[in-house]
Design a protein around this ligand. Structure first.
Ligand code: HEC
Length: 116
């Protein structure tokens, strides 16, 4: 495959990722609903504290699946089972779309070490 085909393919994949985040839920509605999550996950889901997983830039379908699993109890975590209990399917979709649309922060080893 020539280089141009590669570049076009990469661009299409990136566009598909953004389109997928938008189709799973509403980013702006998710931003408002994410107020409840800021204390731990930070403003955009890229908390400095390594105890809280990076949500920013994560795949929307992964985030949705994680929230559904916390809500159903398939995934056990005392904090997140409680957080997900009150979320509707619509809430989970909007939250997943919001976090998927955020820039993933770069976590350097130095930054992680400083936060431990
Ligand atoms: C009191 C702190 C706290 C709050 C508030 C909180 N979380 Fe979490 N969240 C955590 C912790 C700790 C984990 C890691 C749990 C585990 O190991 O399964 C986590 C994990 C997650 C994951 C799974 C990430 C992954 O990589 O698998 C998602 C998605 C998530 N949280 C979304 C949310 C959303 C959406 C909200 C707001 C409605 C929220 N969280 C509120 C502490 C919090």
């Amino acid at each position: 495959m020539n280089r141009w085909m590669c570049m076009i393919g990469t661009g299409l994949l990136a566009a598909a990722g953004i389109a997928q985040a938008q189709s799973i839920g509403n980013v702006e509605a998710g931003r408002a609903k994410a107020q409840a999550c800021i204390a731990c996950h930070g403003e955009t889901g890229a908390a400095d504290n390594p105890a809280f997983p990076m949500l920013a830039g994560q795949h929307a379908d992964y985030l949705l699946h994680a929230l559904e699993a916390y809500k159903s109890g398939d995934r056990q975590n005392a904090i997140m089972n409680g957080q997900a209990a009150g979320l509707s399917e619509r809430d989970m979709r909007d939250l997943a779309a919001f976090y998927a649309a955020q820039d993933p922060a770069v976590q350097t080893l130095e930054r992680r070490a400083a936060n431990r």
